[in-house]
Ligand binder design. Sequence first.
Ligand SMILES: [Zn+2]
Length: 177
Amino acid sequence: MIARTRPDASVSAASSAYSAPLVLSAVVLEQARAFFECRGAEGCEGTAMIAAGPNGVRLVVPDQRPSRSPMGVSVHVTAQGQLELAAALGVDELFVSRIHSHPGEAFHSPIDDRNPVLTYRGALSVVVPYFGLGLRRGLLACAVLRHDGQRWCDLPPGPGRDLWVIAEDTNSGERTP
Ligand SMILES: [Zn+2]
């Protein structure tokens, strides 16, 4: 594993929960894909949170209600879901990213920008295209944004994104053809 230097020395709430970059495990990405595709089979978006702590990352799926209208599809976390999120974190755990699916392209809508669930500097947001199917191509197919304390900033695939978040390399240690 290549040691990386955190590009921003500021101490945020998130940085105490993990060392940048955040490594999204194959398990978490697979759970998210499966959940979003399941919702997508009914034409619905899905949303979830990623918690990070001493034992790594995990997906937390709160109670939620999708809606469909001529204006499009959306999903919101119910009051019960908000309680579930409030109770979900263990000792030294923190929600480090939101992850949700879109019917089509992956981007942050104005509604996504206004979502209050994560707004601290360093928080991440992953948007999965095509009702979750995009995750079959991994994080590269997704939009990833990072909150700078004021607004959400797009992190296009590449070195600038890899400083903050990467997918677990599941090929390491396996035979190469
Ligand atoms: Zn969205």
